[in-house]
Design a protein around this ligand. Structure first.
Ligand code: CUA
Length: 190
């Protein structure tokens, strides 16, 4: 007879755990492939498809005319009762440096930058935009109650970044309407 040893009997437990390991490895690879596909798709999609509504503006001529000329900045009461607030960020301040808005009123912020990227954020709210030169940033908001909030620039914009901030003053709706009857554009700059 042959003196070859008989092959060791297969160990069912080891075979089972090997199968489980292979299955998990396949799941891991599938997850990595899926995540890579999602990242690739969204990168290509956002590169190829512009935002639904992009408004551009020449940052070099903001002060010469158009929507963001200084005399048009501040808060404007619209015929439908809403308020549009226009402001410009530049190194290292916001114009106006104090935004006046009524409580309990639909408000549209329209902002842009005259030089580099700045941030527009109202403390204690979810109002948060980037102000990018060449583009108009627009956001709808509503303040429930009167009060005063800080509005710091939150994008690093140079050596004066830390000192770049403004205020938002929210006043009673009727008081705002009374002021708006006297002035075309409102702010709380003293
Ligand atoms: Cu402007 Cu930081």
């Amino acid at each position: 007879m042959s003196d070859l040893a008989a092959p060791p009997a297969p160990d069912p437990a080891a075979e089972h755990s090997e199968r489980v390991e292979h299955r998990w490895a396949a799941v891991m690879v599938a997850i990595v492939v899926l995540l890579t596909a999602i990242a690739t798709f969204s990168a290509l999609y956002h590169t190829a498809v512009p935002q639904a509504r992009v408004e551009t503006i020449d940052p070099r001529t903001l002060h010469l005319g158009g929507e963001f000329i200084e005399s048009n900045l501040g808060s404007a009461l619209e015929p439908d009762g809403s308020v549009t607030v226009r402001a410009v960020g530049q190194q290292y301040s916001f114009t106006p440096s104090c935004l006046l808005v009524p409580a309990d009123t639909p408000i549209t912020f329209r902002m842009t930058s005259a030089d580099v990227v700045h941030g527009f954020l109202v403390n204690g709210t979810n109002i948060n935009l980037m102000l990018v030169p060449g583009y108009i940033s627009s956001l709808g908001a509503r303040f429930d109650a009167p009060g005063e909030r800080l509005m710091p620039c939150h994008e690093f914009c140079g050596v004066g970044h830390e000192g770049m901030w403004a205020r938002v003053k929210i006043i009673d709706k009727a008081a705002f309407a009374a002021l708006a009857a006297q002035h075309r554009r409102l702010s709380c700059v003293e």
